[in-house]
Design a protein. Structure first.
Length: 500
């Protein structure tokens, strides 16, 4: 529906209020970035209070009685399509968050700020017991949060909807099950094959890796005028279209891991930097949920950064920086090895990665439901690693303490990684069908056409469309795992010489 009428006064007042809440939320994001990247270790007591106060202020603005009144006035109002989308998104947030007491929002924010250094120290010391009480507290708070929003619903489904508002948990479970059905036999076939893919071995100094990571960002099109590259214990990206920062980490024996992490975070930042600047503060200037966000990071990490055309272009830069003599084919093989003994999710190959996600999804779902005690997590984690991935962690640092997400209280986040990978394959297939010679362009180091397609199909829309509407507009069909499975079977079948 389009209209030439000026929006009702209630619309302008609603959007002004929402913008103020958004600005506070983004300020809180900078406080979080600083805590994870630069803050002195002793800063946590003050930072937790600062972040709690800012979260409470943003929440109060969003659930103010005036917001409810303005939304009521706008029910049935004649609005343009974009205005209707803004109201739809604000209404959804209001209806959820108005049920949550402000003091609970403040407690959760303080608890997650306090949890970060506890998790980091527990990981460094390989001491899950030191983190367990904090994890218990976060679970209690998030269960309480979910109960306020919908006391009759599965609490994990309520939490999942914070990250993916328009794909229900049942759909996510179906996709994960389809991935497991398709990937387990493929992984078995790969491991049973006699193929011996090239490996990159040696010591690669961190400063050289850092420079190469920066070069990769520049090559792919990262705008350093609106971003920066830093180091963090767990790579992440955060910010707005005006300031989208990325972090990575380095292991001197694994240069492809740091490069892959950097390219992954670039995908997130490219989406963020591509959001419409003139819509900042409005839902039209915000990302469309974690499934879409993860699709952008996985598209660049896997369909670009792990592709043969990319390595045909980038291997001279890798060799120049590290003094190696890799051929493009050797680099391509090394970037796509399927590991026998991978323990760490962020270092996992493209296939076994999803079994890491299934493991985490199952454990946190049982934790939230109360079907699994926190004290049981290390043993259950290790048993499922052995069952799903054929390897058992020797330490909790390599096992249940490796990820940062639970210290953020981010229960329900993990499924979006696999959903994002599935969507990445679907979107990349659509891009290939519409961009003549996309592989040849990547081989030549030209990424403008791909960026243009992603901007037109995904980035510029912000939250104008629901997730399924956005996916359908970009790819002409709803989310499906079949593109990813076909891509994986073709790619790894060729790499490992499998009969198909």
């Amino acid at each position: 529906m389009a209209t030439d009428q000026a929006p009702p006064e209630a619309y302008d007042e609603l959007l002004d209020q929402y913008r103020r809440a958004t600005y506070l939320g983004d300020a809180n994001g900078v406080l979080n970035w600083d805590q994870e990247v630069m803050m002195p270790e002793g800063g946590t007591p003050a930072r937790s209070k600062q972040r709690g106060a800012v979260s409470a202020l943003a929440h109060d603005l969003l659930v103010d009685d005036d917001v409810g009144r303005w939304l009521e006035e706008l029910s049935g109002a004649e609005l343009s399509d974009e205005e209707s989308a803004v109201v739809r998104e604000i209404r959804r947030q209001y209806e959820r968050q108005a049920k949550v007491p402000t003091d609970l929002v403040e407690k959760i924010s303080e608890a997650t700020a306090e949890a970060h250094p506890v998790w980091r120290e527990a990981k460094e010391n390989d001491d899950f017991g030191a983190f367990a009480p904090t994890l218990e507290r976060l679970l209690e708070l998030k269960r309480e949060y979910a109960a306020h929003i919908d006391p009759d619903a599965d609490p994990y489904a309520v939490l999942f909807a914070d990250y993916e508002p328009y794909i229900d948990l049942e759909t996510a479970e179906r996709v994960l099950e389809r991935l497991r059905e398709g990937l387990v036999p493929l992984i078995d076939a790969v491991r049973d094959s006699n193929a011996d893919l090239h490996a990159v071995e040696g010591t690669f100094p961190e400063p050289d890796q850092h420079e190469l990571a920066r070069e990769a960002l520049e090559t792919l099109g990262y705008d350093f005028d609106r971003g920066r590259l830093d180091i963090a214990p767990h790579p992440f990206s955060s910010g707005t279209q005006f300031d989208a920062r990325v972090t990575t980490r380095f292991e001197e024996s694994e240069p492809l891991d740091s490069l892959g992490s950097t390219i992954h975070e670039f995908g997130h930042a490219a989406y963020t930097q591509g959001l419409p600047r003139d819509a900042y503060g409005s839902p039209l200037g915000e990302h469309r949920g974690l499934t879409v966000h993860e699709s952008q990071s996985r598209l660049f990490e896997n369909h670009v950064g792990r592709s043969e055309p990319f390595w045909a272009f980038f291997v001279p830069r890798f060799n120049d920086r590290h003094g190696t003599e890799l051929t493009p084919r050797e680099a391509y093989e090394a970037a796509n090895r399927v590991y026998e003994d991978n323990l760490i999710r962020v270092e996992a190959d493209e296939l076994t990665y999803h079994l890491h996600i299934v493991l985490r999804f199952e454990i946190e779902r049982d934790l939230v439901a109360g079907d699994l005690e926190v004290a049981e997590v290390p043993a259950v984690w290790n048993d499922r690693m052995a069952e799903y991935l054929g390897v058992r962690p020797d330490t909790d640092r390599e096992g249940c303490l490796q990820d940062i997400h639970w210290s953020h209280g981010s229960f329900g986040y993990f499924p979006t990684y696999s959903l994002g990978s599935v969507l990445a394959a679907q979107l990349y297939a659509a891009a290939e069908s519409e961009i003549d010679g996309l592989g040849s362009q990547i081989r030549s180091g030209e990424f403008d056409a791909l960026h243009g397609w992603l901007d037109e199909s995904v980035h510029r829309h912000g939250c104008r469309y629901t997730t399924d509407d956005l996916i359908r507009r970009a790819s002409d069909e709803s989310l499906t795992a079949e593109y990813f499975l076909e891509y994986a079977e073709s790619k790894f079948g060729d790499l490992y010489g499998l009969d198909r």
